[in-house]
Design a protein around this ligand. Structure first.
Ligand code: Q46
Ligand code: ZN
Length: 286
């Protein structure tokens, strides 16, 4: 390996360690469930948390969307086998009766709902539930700086910047036994760096997007931000840092809102029913 590459690996790992340490993401005693997709970011998180000495296991939600998700599942299974790491799998269809293909057909023609939105809320819901069942105290995800910058811009473009008020390397800081806190060790790492890390480490992962990615708004923001970053280097980082700074000020002195429990499924919710029950109820009635 070239010295420059070795240096890069050290710097990348250093940034992730610093994020964990400075933001108190994990304690040694924590049992952590890493939300794996089979892609570069979550594979890197699973690898690094174990390398750093945390008790981290993986969980992959099989989205059953053909060869793309089949290959991701195979890749992460092989990765975990080769490193002696524990991996849990859950199938969206077998466990919950919905797969992305069905969701996609149900939302076809709707402007207010995309398959990606439904997929996103369902994944969060399943993850929280499984983490609790498995006795994990924290969920770690592979979200990187690019993802966070995209979210900031999406919320602005949609006219709802306050949606991101709780953004940060730690989320779900609600004191509720049914809510498993989520941490993002790659929060301050650019996606291109995470990709380079994964490539240099020789991780067998797919670098192409989910086949349905183009249908979500996030992916338009991604292209937009890539162009912006090329013209104004550091733009992604400044977007995230300045948004964090503004929200930090706003949050000062504000007591966290009361968490409720969904009247249908019992999961934590912001209103009478949780997002998943709202969306699924709507789709079933559709
Ligand atoms: S898996 Fe699901 Fe993503 Fe595919 S359908 Fe959209 S949300 S793009 S991270
Ligand atoms: Zn619910």
């Amino acid at each position: 390996m070239k010295p420059a590459d070795r240096k890069f690996l050290e710097q990348f790992e250093g940034r992730v360690r610093k994020t964990i340490r400075d933001h108190k993401l994990l304690a040694r005693k924590d049992r952590v469930l890493v939300a794996c997709s089979g892609g570069k970011d979550s594979t890197t998180v699973l690898y690094l948390l174990n390398k750093f000495g945390y008790r981290a296991e993986g969980l992959i939600i099989d989205l059953q969307m053909g060869s793309w998700s089949g290959q991701n599942l195979k890749n992460i299974l092989e990765f975990c086998n080769s490193k002696g790491l524990k991996l849990h799998t859950v199938s969206l269809k077998d466990g919950y009766g919905f797969d992305i293909k069905r969701i996609r057909s149900l939302v076809a023609g709707r402007k207010d709902l995309t398959a990606c939105m439904v997929c996103g809320v369902m994944k969060r819901w399943v993850l929280n539930r499984k983490a609790r069942e498995l006795g994990a105290g924290k969920i770690a995800t592979g979200h990187n700086l690019d993802d966070e910058a995209q979210t900031c811009i999406m919320n602005l473009v949609n006219g709802n910047p306050k949606l991101g008020i709780n953004m940060g390397p730690r989320t779900g800081l609600v004191d509720d036994p049914r809510f498993v806190p989520r941490v993002k060790p790659l929060f301050f790492s650019l996606e291109k760096d995470s990709r380079r890390y994964s490539e240099l480490m020789g991780f067998t992962v797919l670098y192409r997007r989910c086949p349905y990615a183009g249908e979500g708004q996030r992916w338009k923001m991604r292209d937009f931000l890539d162009i912006l970053e090329e013209r104004q280097p550091g733009a992604k980082s400044r977007i995230v840092d300045s948004t964090l700074g503004v929200f930090r000020e706003i949050r000062k002195g504000v007591r966290p809102g009361q968490i409720r429990h969904c009247s249908k499924c019992g999961e934590p919710a912001r209103s009478e029913t949780c997002k998943v029950c709202q969306v699924l109820g709507e789709l079933e009635a559709f």
